[in-house]
Ligand binder design. Sequence first.
Ligand code: C2E
Ligand code: MG
Ligand code: MG
Ligand code: MG
Length: 287
Amino acid sequence: RAKGSLTQSICFYEEAMDEAVRNRRRLTQGLREALDQDQFELYYQVQGSLETGKVTGYEVLLRWRQADGSFIPPDQFIPLAEETGLILPIGEWVLRNACREAATWSEPHKIAVNLSPIQLAHVDLPRLVHQILIETGLKPSRLELEITETAMISDLDRTTHILRQLKLLGVSVAMDDFGTGYSSLSTLRAFPFDKIKLDRSFMSELDGSPQSKAIIRAVLALGESLEIPVLAEGVETMDQLSFLREQGCGEVQGYLLGRPKPEAEQVAAPEAILSAEADFDAHRKVA
Ligand code: C2E
Ligand code: MG
Ligand code: MG
Ligand code: MG
């Protein structure tokens, strides 16, 4: 047969499809086993205040440990877990275990748990969260739920109703990855979020991109006029931190303060970093 013939391409295509289907099946089966066999772990990434220089909380990030000790990152299995519905038991596992672990910490820091839009659509979340808070004894004020704007698109009325019920429990609700979806502004109008988490893409493009700077400024101004605190995600450098401080950003999270760690309290105190520039500014003013 001629090389590059149509038949050959089709065969190749079918093989690739088969391979993809097999991979999906393997991964789905793996996710089921992971739930049964405790292969999930929670990592914690510190969040800090630029105003007080103190730790404000920890975001809870799911990790799937493989037999060889390596991890499959959430971006590679959450979408499949959502398609297969496995995100429901997985999400419940995350909530329960995060609350349980945080309840044992010596310091009563907040935890921020990511919710999938599928959980919002298919679980009686107010009831589940209420039950888990009682079961674990975690104070509701220590729990923050992060949702992305995609969660708000499908049925805005229903979603805002659920979020309001959640807030009645005493937990707070943050809008995650703000600025990446196409409904950011209208979702802010629909529901009184307790926090806006500015997507880390703006931070990674900050150096050398006047557009990103302008957008960050605009979001900070928006937060200020709506009276919603803004947390900047993905802060990796001191320059980014200084820029955010100058612009009046209240809270930050990112590798500069600390990478996600298996134990929240292992995270080195980021106070020095949070207040470094403030001290510097103070010296500058005196000089
Ligand atoms: P996210 O909620 O926006 O979480 C922040 C992600 O940014 C985390 O990736 C974190 O490790 C990463 N990150 C933090 N600081 C920096 C930084 O300075 N630079 C860079 N380049 N990255 C940084 P991770 O842990 O891989 O999680 C990815 C996404 O997976 C999360 O994005 C979230 O959408 C989802 N996810 C993680 N855990 C859960 C979970 O328990 N449930 C659900 N539904 N989704 C989860
Ligand atoms: Mg998040
Ligand atoms: Mg985020
Ligand atoms: Mg994200």
